[in-house]
Design a protein around this ligand. Structure first.
Ligand code: PLP
Length: 401
């Protein structure tokens, strides 16, 4: 018997839940794109996008998903044959490096596996060897959505500086901007990319490239720049159509305006703290389940875990069985295992992920954890007890600050 009716909760790590306010603000007929309110609104969006990333540098907007700005970041800064160092901590770091290689970049991969962050000392040592400064950029993912590892971007900047290396620091924050703390200027990030559909709570379809003056200087000589992806006219539009090199994403802009209002009303630091508190409940629950079964957080060190997404190991095929059960019976869709293939488990059926990014609160997280707890029991998957107690205790502690 299915117990599922009511509102289905999509607890995958993107696209995330869009607030009703965001969706309602998109529900309108198309505005005039040539003059008037839309133009005024875009002028207000740009400074607010910069506030979310804690930067005074530039931001270019695209009608794209995350893959689009992976490409924009590379093509605006590099030339065919240039070398980059790509730091992989999961599927997404690998994907960005593969895309760069397909553009004719020489990509040196440093792979830190599936369960660990970037080893900063190893990166520093590698850069220190590069006397000729052949490496033009270091590509890193702040939060790899596949493994839920959170890399130390400030530490990476310090490692690059300690090696005396002038490479650009380019960070993929698609999963975590507006969830995990990020300070573009204080941390010395040259290029940061993100998308609309995760922490920013807007449906997929817009993406953003932030860039420093140093990155813009690299744009001067980059031979991969193309008219459509060029960030300059998009961030310094002389006429409105240059912002998007064509028709603006009118409805997404309305949604984004509303989402940015919500973020700034809450306050970005409060947004980060809320994500940390909600993540602590997920971790407490998984630890409790794991005390009596195979379940385990993919990233052991809490300091290296994202507050936006949690990857969980459960053993094949129980990860998939649990996803299927909660989807069919409990009104919750969990994230699939991604990039965790092994010979014994080629389809990653031993994993699941929980997205807790953006428009998320206590009842959503507790509801999701309650659905998982029910599924474990219904499927007779061995697990420890007290997960929901542990989660609510973590949330109560977080609420006291
Ligand atoms: C979601 C995500 C991407 C890919 O974004 P798409 O919109 O699916 O192209 C890239 N990197 C990270 C870290 C992500 O979380």
């Amino acid at each position: 018997m299915s117990l599922s009716n009511g509102t289905h909760y999509l607890a995958i790590p993107g696209p995330s839940v869009s607030p009703e306010e965001v969706l309602r603000s998109m529900h309108r007929t198309a505005p005039n794109i040539y003059t008037g309110a839309l133009h005024d609104m875009v002028d207000t969006i740009i400074p607010d996008l910069k506030r979310v990333a804690r930067t005074r540098h530039e931001v270019a907007m695209y009608i794209a998903n995350g893959h689009g700005v992976w490409e924009a970041a590379v093509t605006n800064t590099l030339s065919r044959g240039d070398k980059v160092l790509c730091l992989a901590t999961g599927r997404f770091g690998e994907g960005w490096g593969a895309l760069a290689a397909n553009l004719g970049i020489e990509v040196e991969m440093m792979d830190f596996g599936r369960r660990a962050p970037v080893d900063l000392a190893a990166v520093q040592a590698r850069l220190a060897q590069d006397d000729a400064h052949a490496i033009k950029a270091v590509l890193v993912v702040q939060v790899d959505t596949a493994t839920s590892v959170r890399n130390d971007i400030a530490g990476l900047r310090a490692a690059m500086d300690a090696a005396g290396h002038p490479a650009l620091l380019m960070s993929d924050n698609i999963a975590c901007l507006g969830c995990d703390a990020f300070e573009m200027d204080d941390w010395g990030v040259d290029v940061m990319i993100t998308g609309s559909q995760k922490g920013l709570m807007v449906p997929p379809g817009m993406a953003f490239v932030y860039y420093s003056p140093k990155a813009d200087a690299a744009r001067e000589t980059a031979d991969l720049v193309t008219p459509y992806w060029d960030w300059r006219p998009r961030s310094h539009a002389q006429v409105f159509y240059q912002y998007f090199f064509g028709t603006a994403p009118t409805h997404h802009l309305h949604g984004l305006r509303t989402a940015l209002d919500m973020i700034h009303e809450e306050g970005i630091e409060a947004v980060w703290a809320r994500h940390a508190g909600l993540a602590s409940a997920v971790w407490a629950a998984v630890d409790a389940w794991g005390a009596g079964g195979a379940m385990e957080l993919n990233i052991a060190d809490p300091a290296m875990r994202s507050h936006a997404v949690t990857a969980v190991r459960l053993g094949a095929p129980d990860g998939k069985r649990l996803q299927d059960w909660v989807s069919a019976n409990a009104g919750v869709t969990l994230g699939i295992g991604l990039g965790m293939e092994t010979e014994e488990d080629p389809d990653c059926t031993g994993f699941f992920r929980i997205g807790h990014m953006g428009h998320v609160n206590v009842q959503m997280v507790m509801g999701c954890l309650g659905a998982i707890d029910t599924g474990l029991k219904a499927l007779d998957i061995p697990h420890g007890s007290g997960a929901l107690e542990a989660a609510s205790a973590a949330l109560a502690a977080a609420s006291r600050g």
